[in-house]
Design a protein around this ligand. Structure first.
Ligand code: NAP
Length: 288
């Protein structure tokens, strides 16, 4: 299978590309300078076949700084709303299918998790609003699929467990919020699930591609602490529980954006258990 991957240098792309290559897929992953997804001329070249023929275009590029999106709405809109529209159109011209990545942060304002693909979206911050509009831009191409991923963690970029491991090493006590729930997802596992999904040539539409269990931020942090102890024999400093209201961030986080994954599990095996994924990350970070 020939894949064009945008945003390949990011947290998810750094694992998705090697996983795809190990399956024998041919992967072209231009940098953001070589292929700026917000540039309509770049999308037109793709659509005209000037970059080659592809079976799938996978868009991992996005404006992902949730707090900065509150004040950089124009930039977030270009990347998260307008670009998936350009790419979807390019795919129609090229005869390729389009996989666009969205987020659990399209939820949170109405109801509570676990949310299914059919539940009403209700983003509570600008980032989620732009991602939700971006889903519609991507789905304007009638054969697109949108995969909502959530609470990604992997070795290549700063993410919650990587920051916590640093704190554990320094013996720092950490304040962790107790009133946010999500679905932590290990990037090699999310990559495997996404690639299984596209290899199955699924029906167009939205799919939730996430970890096996919904947890609070505090439960998630405890899993990292336990994995750290298992990997090093060192007991990390205890965690200090706090409420989101005590912890200022520019953007509000959903209280509960846990995703239900039944639909995607028709096409792929479930994500490995979260403690096993955390052990695997610690091996990647600290060595065995
Ligand atoms: N991380 C999470 O926990 C999480 C949770 C839910 C959903 N998601 C979604 O998952 C997707 C991947 O997220 P991620 O965490 O892997 O992102 P990331 O690490 O922030 O990487 C973003 C990627 O987008 C690229 N990019 C930025 N502007 C671009 C442009 N104008 N043209 C082309 N590429 C551009 C970046 O390239 P440069 O490095 O060259 O700038 C980078 O490769 C995003 O759609 C995000 O919204 C992420």
């Amino acid at each position: 299978v020939r894949l064009l991957v945008t945003g390949g240098s990011g947290l998810l792309g750094s694992d998705l590309i090697p996983v795809a290559q190990a399956r024998g897929h041919e992967v072209i992953a231009p940098s953001s300078t070589d292929f700026d997804v917000t540039n309509p001329a770049a999308a037109a070249q793709l659509g005209a076949g000037e970059l080659g023929r592809f079976d799938w275009v996978i868009n991992l590029a996005g404006y992902t700084n949730v707090d900065a999106a509150e004040t950089h709405v124009q930039e977030a809109t270009e990347l998260n709303v307008i670009a998936p529209g350009y790419l979807g159109q390019a795919c129609s011209m090229l005869g390729a299918r389009f996989l666009h990545i969205s987020t659990d942060y399209v939820f949170g304002g109405i109801g509570h998790g676990p949310y299914s693909e059919d539940d009403e979206v209700s983003p509570v911050q600008k980032y989620g609003q732009t991602k939700e509009e971006g889903e519609r831009s991507a789905l304007a191409n009638g054969s697109s699929i949108v995969a909502r991923v959530a609470w990604l963690f992997g070795k290549t970029k700063r993410c919650f467990p990587v920051g916590m491991v640093e704190a554990c090493r320094e013996g720092k006590e950490l304040k962790i919020v107790t009133d946010q729930r999500g679905t932590p997802s290990y990037t090699p596992e999310a990559s495997r699930m996404l690639l299984d999904l596209i290899q199955a040539e699924p029906e167009p539409g939205i799919y939730h591609v996430a970890g096996p269990v919904g947890v609070s931020r505090m439960e998630y942090a405890e899993i990292v602490r336990q994995a750290y102890f298992k990997a090093t024999g060192i007991t990390p400093a205890p965690l200090i529980p706090v409420l989101s209201s005590e912890f200022f961030t520019a953007a509000v986080r959903p209280a509960d954006s846990v995703l239900k994954t039944d639909k995607v599990l028709r096409y792929t095996q479930a994500h490995m258990p979260l403690p096993d994924a955390m052990d695997a990350l610690l091996v990647e970070l600290l060595g065995s």
